[in-house]
Design a protein around this ligand. Structure first.
Ligand SMILES: CSC[C@H]1O[C@H](OP(=O)(O)O)[C@H](O)[C@@H]1O
Length: 377
């Protein structure tokens, strides 16, 4: 995506093999990039959400395995393999919910078995990391094309060129992937094609990815939008102000249950009650075909209480400040994700097309995956 006329991805290697990312801590008030110079710094970047979003976490993990390979013993293949196995375990522990992370790590481990020396394996890890990033961007671009057809169908029913109103939760835009995004990719594709669209942006407490990231992205791209309080969506749906909900996902099971940012489930309930179509957009790397019952089986990350107790924002003098929003003695709990059962999901949008959120629907797009168990959670 373009920022001030310059094309950016969210993660990239420069000509000197230095790894760069967009710093998601300082948006929307500043646009900065950061350089990640070691495997442990990369693990910290995922854990503390300098980078975040399922696809970007996966791509970052891919590069993380390459950084680990650069730090691994260079002379002894057995020692190299042990080092890499430990690195894989450490990376998988950084954030537990998004499938893409473990998927990327396992893909790297499998790819490196093709090398016979540490040097070969290190080269394979670099090529594989770049392939993971490129494929993520390409998948998201295709999600945009498939999702655009849904928005075109809704636009055709609108009178006098009125915009299609899309509600989204959290940030599943290009900042959450390598480029384009999942839930926002159809919005960008439709907007670029001249379709009138308008996005309701859930603020997405506690970390406010909607307010700080989705609103920033849409604004930079010139897409009409309005920020709403997390609890406003049901009211808007009751009054015909939402034509479609499109959200991202962090893990989707064989039968189509979808883990996404905390609060997504409540939006799906409201959409169901009001007959509003509710779509989940995801690249193939977000499926976990080893799980069925998402509520029972998907591991839900619980993050620190400070994210709920403290909010960050810009003061009138332009500085950014943290403020505590509750009494000093108030404890807090902070589940980062919830699971929307497939019965509340109208359909899934992946790079392969649109399907029902059922095992049969998913099998129709992914016949090769029937009965596969892919990776540990
Ligand atoms: C599908 S990627 C965007 C996805 O990631 C978000 O989580 P986080 O910001 O904690 O990494 C959220 O679930 C979004 O929908």
């Amino acid at each position: 995506m373009n920022i001030d006329g310059k094309a950016y991805r969210t993660i990239w290697l420069d000509e000197a093999d230095r790894l760069h990312v967009i710093d998601q801590h300082v948006l929307p008030h500043r646009f900065e990039t950061a350089t990640i110079t070691s495997f442990s710094a990369l693990c910290d970047a995922i854990r503390n959400m300098l980078v975040r979003g399922a696809g970007l976490i996966g791509a970052t993990a891919g590069y993380g395995m390459w950084l680990a390979a650069c730090e691994a013993p260079a002379k002894d293949t057995e020692a190299f393999d042990t080092f890499m196995s430990d690195a894989a375990t450490a990376l998988k522990r950084t954030r537990p919910t998004a499938s893409n992370l473990a998927w990327a790590v396992d893909r790297q481990l499998a790819a490196m078995t093709r090398g016979s020396s540490p040097e070969e394996k290190r080269h394979i890890a670099k090529v594989t990391a770049q392939a993971i990033a490129d494929e993520d961007a390409e998948a998201c671009k295709r999600i945009g094309e498939h999702g655009k057809t849904l928005l075109e169908a809704l636009a055709a029913k609108k009178a006098n060129g009125a915009p299609v109103n899309i509600l989204t939760h959290c940030n599943a835009g290009w900042l959450a992937f390598v480029d384009y995004g999942s839930a926002l990719s159809p919005v960008y594709a439709a907007h670029n094609a001249g379709l009138p669209v308008h996005v309701w942006v859930d603020e997405t407490r506690p970390r406010n990815q909607g307010a700080s990231l989705t609103a920033w992205e849409l604004s930079r791209h010139g897409v009409p939008h309005a920020l709403i309080a997390d609890n406003a969506g049901g009211h808007l749906m009751q009054h015909g102000q939402v034509d479609i909900v499109i959200v991202g996902a962090d893990r989707v099971t064989r039968r189509g249950d979808a883990a996404n940012k905390i609060g997504t489930y409540l939006k799906a309930l409201a959409a169901h009650d009001n007959g509003v179509p509710f779509y989940v957009a995801l690249p193939s790397s977000t499926f976990d075909f080893s799980l069925d019952d998402g509520v029972a089986e998907i591991p839900i990350e619980e993050r620190g209480a400070a994210e709920v107790r403290i909010m960050s924002g810009k003061t009138p003098d332009g500085s950014v400040l943290d403020v505590q929003i509750c009494p000093d003695e108030t404890p807090a709990r902070n589940w980062a994700f919830d699971v929307t059962p497939n019965r509340l999901i109208t359909g899934l949008i992946s790079e392969r097309g649109v399907c029902q959120a059922t095992q049969e629907g998913i099998d129709s797009l992914y016949p090769e995956s029937a009965g596969t168990a892919r990776h540990d959670s």
